[in-house]
Design a protein around this ligand. Sequence first.
Ligand code: TRP
Length: 323
Amino acid sequence: METILSGMKPTGQLHLGNYEGALKNWAALQNNYEMYTCIVDWHALTSEFAETGHLKDNIFQMAVDFLAGGLDPQKCAIFIQSDVKEHAELHLLLSMLTTVPTLTRLPTYNEQKEETGLDSYGFLGYPVLQAADILIYNAHKVPVGKDQEKHIWLAADLAKRFNNYYGKTFNEPQVLLTKFPTIPGLDGRKMSKSLNNHIALADSEEETAKKLKRMFTDPEKLRKGDPGRPEICPVYLLHQIYTPDHENIVAPCQSGELGCVDCKKRLTENLNKALEPIREKRKKLVEKPDFVFDILRDGAGRAREKAQAVMAKVRENMKLAYY
Ligand code: TRP
């Protein structure tokens, strides 16, 4: 069986975009792969080093969403990155094989530097730590979105160069591009927590209804009766995912017969229905933090076993196994 490593920064509660774009896919993959899912708290530190108090709750909320969203801890080791110290050791060794210009050329580096003003050593090394996350499990595949593709290529390149220097040690991991519709946020831009335009899996039915009420629609459709353009309407994009007979909305929206208020009501019903099982599970899990943290601890144990075996081989091949 091939191995998959997936990772996510602990941003707290997941939103619809995270669910449709990543989690749903991971839950499907766990049936066919040896799977490791890592909550990457060290990566979060690159931007949140000064304020770490919320990390634990963010990790907890994320673990709850992973479990409620369908990850099965029997099939998939769910764990916290900093629980497996081997990631840090491999990161250090890989950093010797990485040139600084390789890292400063990455678009993610330049964009985020611009956006956040970050310029720390740890921030520069972010993709090297990510490569360590992947290679320490000798992963074959990494499910990510397009924006992360170059980071996986870097990991594959490091694996190849390591193998050339020290003998075959790592698989060269491949990107498993997840094709998914971009989930629009309430303001029509891509759904994201930092834009605060998201619907969280943890939101109640009422909160969801309230949020959808203020969601952007076709700006030229101001009142019922005005002709609408479903093809540019973010609400219709969500209908395409959550409303089984969404084609039936097109004509009445275009003619003006269906107003945005009623259209959103329908979406609210369908979305709430789709999320109900996740929310039910979520409610139960939030009440049982010990149970959830035990799952993470157990996941880390299994991850560590594999990581230690790979690390032993790394040291041996690098001639660092001195005794
Ligand atoms: N950089 C990834 C992101 O921002 C998170 C991540 C860290 C990751 N380590 C990983 C993703 C390893 C895949 C594999 O989404």
